[in-house]
Design a protein around this ligand. Structure first.
Ligand code: NAD
Length: 477
């Protein structure tokens, strides 16, 4: 059975079909998914445009009820959806279960936000005049997502878009359409009216490009690579439409000599290798104070030896496969680059064979990395970390900030002084103390600086800044 696009309230086939392949077992086809073409994509945008005035004038209660029904179904089907996600993306079943749960929580949270859309009244500087500030939906929102969180990232864009009264055209990543399709079925069952939510699967340069070029897309929320983010920014800036772009990271985890080393090792392993290192918040640079460098290395490698790399669905697996062959090639090419640059590969970095044909790789740790090396500057997006020695705290902070990216930064220390200084001076959108750089709360703002992000923050109440537009009203009494 070919799973279809959802356009203007109808399931629609497409010009092409692609197979969604399980990276843990390439003999396992998760499903066949239709690709929309540019005409179908434009039709979806027109449907969302036509549905907008009616949806924008629904009551908050109606939108709340639909989003809450979606949340309830996601949570009730958590195990089944997690298996689907783990099969298509390769993160472990435990990680996938957590991600699906997160998507359910996000829909629940924004069902509540639909009832809490804020406004403000000002005392005017003029006599007998009232000033009020209200928020209105933006219009049609184009949602473009990557493959690495195939249900959570769509959830944190689609739920606020709908909650605040926008209509949506959703384009998921080519590599992970199954979770997106399942989410669409859930939204349809939850009662989203015709045209309000549309799913267009397929290729970025066709479906995505049509969306960002279309005059009736009023705002684009994008997560993905820097290269594609730049395209989105140029297209939207050129036609003066709203956009937010969330992109890559090269996140530092600083470990000071006074840190609880067992906790610091746990933070490094989780941040660098869990979810196969395929997280924008991954700790790909581990900056360790010189005096504990060797001790920390020994403890880290000891912990890495215990990590089980295997089929995502297998109980006991700590790290699933890389998402596909192209990404695996990229990860392995960075192992060669790191070696040629003079870093010392202390552990892993090898292709692994398992019972089933898949894209398995052992987590890799480079020692003696220098911050000028490509492995310390470019996003690899795989289970590869580079350890860099720092003379002291000041040097560690300087290294941490010496990057084009600015999504997340972490520090492990028992010093209140250094923790406080780092929180203030790390050039990142999110700062973690004694925690992995990965792992965030869904009710708090998410986003970064520099080349990691542009535009207003995602998630929590801050999402309203993107998904609403502000109107200031003046009334003479
Ligand atoms: P990608 O840029 O290749 O693709 C992202 C999406 O853009 C996909 O849906 C793709 O089809 C679409 N696309 C491609 N070309 C397009 C075009 N011309 N016009 C419009 N859309 C187009 O990224 P990816 O490989 O799917 O994801 C990995 C990247 O995502 C990494 O860089 C990672 O750091 C980043 N990421 C960032 C965050 C964050 O919140 N900062 C979260 C997760 C992933």
């Amino acid at each position: 059975m070919i799973r279809k696009n959802y356009i203007c309230g109808e399931w629609a086939g497409g010009a092409a079909v692609s197979s969604n392949i399980n990276p843990s077992d390439t003999n396992d086809i998760v499903g066949e998914y239709a690709h929309a073409d540019s005409v179908q994509t434009a039709t979806a945008v027109e449907a969302a445009h036509a549905a907008f005035p009616i949806w924008a004038s629904t009551t908050p209660q109606e939108r709340h009820d639909i989003l809450l029904r979606a949340s309830t179904e996601i949570v009730a089907r958590r195990e089944e959806l997690a298996r689907l996600l783990a099969r298509e993306e390769g993160k472990t079943l435990l990680e996938a279960t957590y991600e699906v749960g997160r998507a359910g929580q996000i829909f629940d949270f924004f069902s509540g936000e639909a009832l809490r859309i804020p406004g403000e009244k000002f005392a005017s500087i003029r006599p007998n005049v009232e000033v009020e500030v209200t928020r209105e939906p933006v219009g049609v929102v184009g949602v473009i997502t990557p493959w690495n969180f195939p249900i959570a990232i769509p959830a944190w864009k689609i739920a606020p878009a709908l909650a605040y009264g926008n209509t949506v055209v959703f384009k998921p990543a080519e590599l992970a359409p199954a979770s997106a399709h399942a989410l669409t079925e859930i939204l349809v069952r939850a009662g989203v009216p015709k045209g309000v939510f549309n799913l267009v699967m397929g290729r970025g340069p066709v479906v995505g490009q049509t969306m960002i070029d279309h005059k009736n897309v009023d705002a684009v929320s994008f997560t993905g690579s820097v290269a594609t983010g730049r395209r989105v920014a140029m297209a939207c800036a050129g036609s003066m439409r709203k956009f937010q772009i969330e992109m890559g990271g090269k996140n530092p985890l600083v470990v000071l000599a006074d840190a609880d080393l067992q906790n610091a090792v746990g933070c490094a392993v989780n941040g660098a290798y869990f979810a196969t290192g395929q997280r924008c918040t991954a700790s790909s640079r581990i900056i360790v104070e010189q005096s504990i460098y060797m001790r920390f290395t020994d403890l880290l490698i000891e912990r890495m030896r215990a990590l089980v790399v295997d089929d995502a669905l297998r109980p006991g697996t700590n790290i699933g496969p890389v998402v596909d062959g192209t990404q695996l090639e990229q990860d392995l090419s960075y192992i060669a680059i790191g070696r040629s640059e003079g870093a010392r590969l202390a552990y892993g970095g090898e292709r692994l064979d398992r019972q089933t044909p898949g894209f398995y790789m052992s987590p890799a740790l480079f020692l003696d990395a220098d911050h000028s090396m490509r492995i310390a500057r470019e996003e690899i997006f795989g289970p590869v970390a580079a350890m860099i020695a720092a003379r002291d705290y000041d040097h560690a902070l300087e290294l941490a900030n010496d990057t084009d990216f600015g999504l997340c930064a972490g520090i492990c220390t028992t010093s209140l002084k250094f923790a406080t200084h780092f929180k203030r001076h790390a050039q990142a959108g999110m700062v973690m103390v004694n925690l992995p750089t990965t792992g965030v709360d869904y009710h708090a703002p998410f986003g970064g600086r520099k080349r990691s992000s542009f535009g207003s923050r995602e998630q929590g109440r801050y999402a309203a800044d993107f998904y609403t537009t502000i109107k200031t009203g003046y009334t003479s009494a």
